[in-house]
Design a protein around this ligand. Sequence first.
Ligand code: OXC
Length: 310
Amino acid sequence: MISLSITIANVTFPSCIYNASGALCTSLEELIAIGNSKSGAILSKSCTLEPREGNPSPRYHSLPYGSINSMGIPNLGYKKYAEFAKSLKRFGKPYIVSVSGMTFDDNVTIVRELSSVTEIDLLELNLSCPNLIGKPQVGYDFEQSKILFEKVFSVCKKPLGVKLPPYFDFIHFEQMANVLNQFPLEFVTCINSLGNGLAIDVETETVMIKPKGGFGGIGGKYAKPTALANVRKFYELLNRNISIIGVGGIETGSDVFEYLLCGASAVQIGTILVEEGVKCFERIEKELQELMEKKGYSSVDEVKGKLKTL
Ligand code: OXC
């Protein structure tokens, strides 16, 4: 049997395929369902200092090739995700908490506090939520990102990674990689949703979601080519000890294989998890194993980064 197991920051993931933050991972029940599934890790919804209701509904809509959302980080507050850690340990897979403080200082406080919770394995700092009214994405401000990393790494005792927005210009990849390479980051997750897209119902001549006049983050198949490009570019530019996690439009084992070729060590599932439920992990894992077997590969490492160019 082909092993899909991987190791990041000395933490073993039984499978390289797990949930994206935001997809069915806000309540303890949802996190337990991920624990009980074939997901290779349990990643929480991004958390803030205080609990949040998020943006007004409707705030998620499926689209022909993906989804649009403007959730606004509804979550239970970081203390709950710390509390949940003990009961999630029994699943024998990493528990990762996503952090998305509303301010610079909130991020520092949350990372410091979660750092001392033994049962949390890793932290993913989300610098790329496109749906917070009046708050630009920190990941698009390279100077601010650097200042934040300096502070966060001075208080963080856990392996920490960062969730990035999509970049579209080589100079921006270089500028961000230059910042990231200066810190002891364990992983980089590429990409958050394509920010501020618009979806329209022609019949009613109306936008699909309520917040921000209908603008929202686009996920699913629409995002895949951009996400693959972000994984590939950062694989080329980042220090080799920083693992890359791919996310965007993965529906099949073949999609995962593409991400591995680009240099991803693991992948996260967002839109299709919301649409299909936690059973998607078993299906995608099986599809990937069959494809790898057919091609004669026996581990994730053998495929990683092997993309050919013309
Ligand atoms: N990305 C995020 O980081 N957060 C959520 N949506 C998204 O596309 C959210 O909660 O709005």
